[in-house]
Design a protein around this ligand. Structure first.
Ligand SMILES: Cc1cc2nc3c(=O)[nH]c(=O)nc-3n(C[C@H](O)[C@H](O)[C@H](O)COP(=O)(O)OP(=O)(O)OC[C@H]3O[C@@H](n4cnc5c(N)ncnc54)[C@H](O)[C@@H]3O)c2cc1C
Length: 381
């Protein structure tokens, strides 16, 4: 199956080839299955990614990074999504979610101290916003941060926090003024080893090599200097990263679609039933044609949004559309791929893993319903 690179620059093609080559060496097929079964973080792959400098791709050159564009990042994340969902998640929690808060909202001293270590793979991060009673409604959280001398005391609970169990630092949202709505929300950099923090891995359907966690805060004392930006200033900081987050979740799903199509096609051309290859039955070849169309649309929406962002356009409609189209197409493609492979797809193996992983897209990083609300609002409804 050709992995088309139309419209990519030579540097982007080289970058795609390099990351796929690296992952092919450090994460062979049997290792991917093993990680999924053991629910284990892909530590060796993460270290190899760091050793080759890829964690610095989206980070500014003043901190030792490469300052990649949105399109560069979409090319890179699409390749990771194609190769392995979990390692892509391991990459994003640190290099995208954690690093962007450091880069744009931490003090200069914190940036100089933490970003080079993050790029070197010595500092893993995660973001902790969601709570048991408040996921989509990010401002409706209950976790409290109360000023106590030169520190804040944090009490509350977070849930579904990807890679918290393997992170050194987390970015935590908490209410500093529970009566001030969005303006009562603040963000803190919290050392995962702080006393009073308890982290408990959860048992998800898919993406088991980057586990979600419950995180409990009991009088967790955080130095006042670890407040990101200003007290009550979290909302614009949370909104700032949304375009890039939606774009890269779309890119993940576009890559995932390509792998599922490839796997289902390889299976179908080699499978016979009633004396014929199953691809000779139109019921199967049309499913593969549908998978191709859904994949193409996911990629088109993703790269269109990326190029608009790079051109400096307000691309909220496009990044939101790309996230919905790519993640929903991803699960449709996985469902078709599973059907084509029959019992072989349903049993433990790559198709089963891809199917389980694909279900997350329309839930994580803004559900399809919430994102349709965003589009409706932009349409003036
Ligand atoms: C595997 C996994 C990893 C995750 N990783 C992280 C992480 O690292 N950090 C983090 O902070 N969070 C993380 N999340 C949380 C994720 O962002 C939330 O699950 C998501 O935002 C939805 O919130 P919720 O699950 O509480 O659902 P709810 O917000 O309770 O929604 C339930 C249902 O109601 C719908 N709904 C809610 N409000 C509206 C509305 N206004 N209009 C229409 N429909 C609505 C939703 O679309 C959904 O279908 C993760 C989740 C999962 C499953």
């Amino acid at each position: 199956m050709p992995y088309k690179t139309f419209g990519f620059t030579q540097e982007q093609i080289l970058m795609r080839d390099s990351i796929l080559g690296l992952l092919g060496r450090v994460l062979p097929a049997e290792k991917m299955l093993e990680l999924d079964k053991a629910s284990a973080f892909p530590a060796a792959a993460f270290e190899a990614i760091a050793a080759d400098g890829w964690l610095g791709l989206p980070i500014g050159s003043e901190y030792g990074g490469a300052g990649a564009s949105n399109t560069d990042m979409a090319v890179f994340i699409e390749a990771m999504g194609y190769y392995h969902y979990g390692v892509r998640s391991a990459y994003m929690t640190t290099a995208i979610y954690g690093a962007s808060h450091l880069q744009y909202h931490a003090t200069e001293a914190q940036r100089q101290d933490m970003l080079p270590r993050l790029i070197a793979g010595q500092l893993r991060m995660c973001i902790a916003y969601s709570e048991p009673d408040s996921g989509s409604d990010a401002a409706g959280i209950r976790t409290r941060a109360v000023r106590d001398g030169d520190a804040y005391l944090i009490n509350g609970q977070k849930i579904y926090i990807t890679n918290a169990h393997v992170s050194d630092w987390m970015v935590v949202s908490a209410k500093t003024d529970p009566d001030a709505g969005h303006k009562g929300l603040s963000l803190f950099l919290v050392d995962s080893k702080t006393p009073g923090l308890t982290i408990r891995p959860m048992d998800p359907l898919g993406s088991r090599s980057s586990l979600p966690n419950e995180v409990f805060f009991t009088d967790v004392r955080v130095p006042a200097g670890n407040l990101l930006g200003s007290e009550g200033g979290a909302w614009p900081m949370l909104m700032r990263g949304l375009n890039q987050e939606r774009l890269l979740l779309a890119a993940t799903s576009a890559g995932h679609c390509m792998r599922i199509l490839e796997l289902a096609k390889d299976f179908a051309v080699n499978r016979t039933a009633f004396g014929k290859r199953i691809t000779e039955y139109q019921a199967i070849s049309h499913k593969l044609a549908d998978m191709h169309m859904l994949t193409e649309l996911a990629r088109m929406a993703t790269f269109h949004a990326a190029r608009m962002l790079d051109a400096g356009e307000d691309a909220v409609l496009e990044t939101t559309t790309a996230k919905i189209v790519a993640t929903e197409n991803n699960f449709k493609v996985a469902d078709l791929g599973m059907q084509i492979m029959g019992g072989a797809g349903y049993m433990a193996g790559e198709m089963q893993r891809l199917f389980r992983e694909a279900r997350l897209g329309p839930i994580g990083g803004g559900t399809s319903e919430i994102l349709r609300n965003v589009i409706g609002k932009r349409l003036g409804l």
